[in-house]
Design a protein around this ligand. Structure first.
Ligand code: ZN
Length: 207
């Protein structure tokens, strides 16, 4: 079921070029971005104390984004120049070790983040339930251009069972060398479900 929903989401994303173009204009103007995020929060019914309760910081829009080529579904993905360089080096290192490491998702603008939540609400989830799986617009690390969702050839996509793959074990041993950290381990303080597939480039946070 989740796979079917994800496939549907992907098809929506592929068809959403105009959405991306609009956000590219927004990220050039932080004030417009703030207004847009407030509007999305109101529309989705996100509690006004969300930032305080989740402890998820507001993510600054990226100053620039570069292509990292296509993800495992053939969609072009973008990251900040630094994160893109780190991702390429990490993927090459995995390949050299004989480990498949594929991109599922990278930069996501706030409007796309909102569409992920809206889809959950449309399926009958409460906003509290939906926010356990999807961060609110403005607070997703994907909005920063530094976060990646990954998988591997023949592996589960955006499923907890990804943790049982060789690729996940490789990441646990090597990702920090490249500045990537697992953002949402089990029992994380943000109330976000365990996401073994979600890694964020934040070299200053690496141990
Ligand atoms: Zn993610």
């Amino acid at each position: 079921m989740r796979l079917a929903v994800f496939a549907l989401l992907l098809s929506v994303l592929v068809l959403s070029r105009p959405l991306d173009a609009r956000v590219d204009i927004d990220i050039a103007d932080i004030d417009i971005e703030d207004v847009e995020i407030r509007r999305l929060h109101d529309e989705l019914g996100i509690p006004s104390d969300y930032a305080e309760q989740s402890g998820l910081p507001a993510q600054d829009p990226p100053l620039s984004l570069v292509s990292v080529g296509e993800d495992m579904y053939g969609r072009e993905q973008r990251l900040t120049p630094q994160a893109a360089d780190a991702w390429r080096r990490m993927q090459s290192a995995a390949t050299r070790d004989g480990v498949s490491l594929l991109l599922v998702s990278a930069f996501r603008p706030p409007a796309y983040q909102a569409s992920l939540l809206r889809r959950k609400l449309d399926r009958g989830e409460s906003i509290a339930e939906a926010l356990q799986a999807v961060a609110a617009p403005g607070h997703s690390e994907h909005q920063s251009g530094r976060a990646i969702d990954v998988s591997c050839a023949g592996c589960a996509v955006l499923e907890v069972e990804f943790e049982r793959t060789e690729t996940f074990q490789w990441l646990m041993q090597n990702a920090q060398i490249f500045g990537f950290s697992l953002s949402y381990p089990r029992g994380n303080p943000h109330g976000i479900m365990y996401e073994p597939w979600h890694w964020c480039y934040a070299p200053e946070d690496a141990p």
